[in-house]
Design a protein around this ligand. Structure first.
Ligand code: 5GP
Ligand code: ZN
Length: 113
């Protein structure tokens, strides 16, 4: 996907503060953090969003969650963090390359707005 912002980050065409990388996934600091820890975890494969994911993406989506748990452990925020997938424009999804938000390091209210 040539025009996709997060694909450009995967290709190194746009800089990002990388937190984690493996063969399948990349994690980097959100440019406008909403909490002391606000990391975005994305698959290297372009998937538009959760509703466009296919059965073959199941393992990849699981991997994103496990990367979030690993970063949560490393950051010492296991007393309370949240993973969020915004799905569709009414949820606030603004980048159409699936990404898991990892938010923590402060009290998190429920329900989210
Ligand atoms: P969404 O609103 O689609 O769920 O989340 C997109 C997130 O990407 C937002 O939290 C936004 O701050 C972040 N973001 C947008 N552009 C960039 C960028 O160029 N670099 C980084 N690191 N984050 C970005
Ligand atoms: Zn993409």
């Amino acid at each position: 996907m040539m025009d996709c912002l997060f694909c450009k980050i995967v290709r190194g065409e746009i800089p990002a503060k990388k937190v984690y990388e493996d063969e399948y996934a990349l994690a980097f600091e959100d440019i406008q953090p909403k909490a002391p820890t606000h990391v975005l975890i994305i698959p290297k494969k372009h998937i538009r969003g959760l509703k466009e994911a296919a059965a073959e993406d199941a393992e990849l989506i699981g991997r994103l969650n496990l990367v979030a748990a690993q970063i949560g452990r490393e950051r010492g925020i296991e007393d309370g963090y949240r993973t969020v997938l915004n799905v569709g424009p009414k949820s606030g999804q603004s980048v159409f390359h699936i990404h898991l938000h990892l938010l923590g390091g402060r009290d998190l209210s429920w329900p989210p707005g």
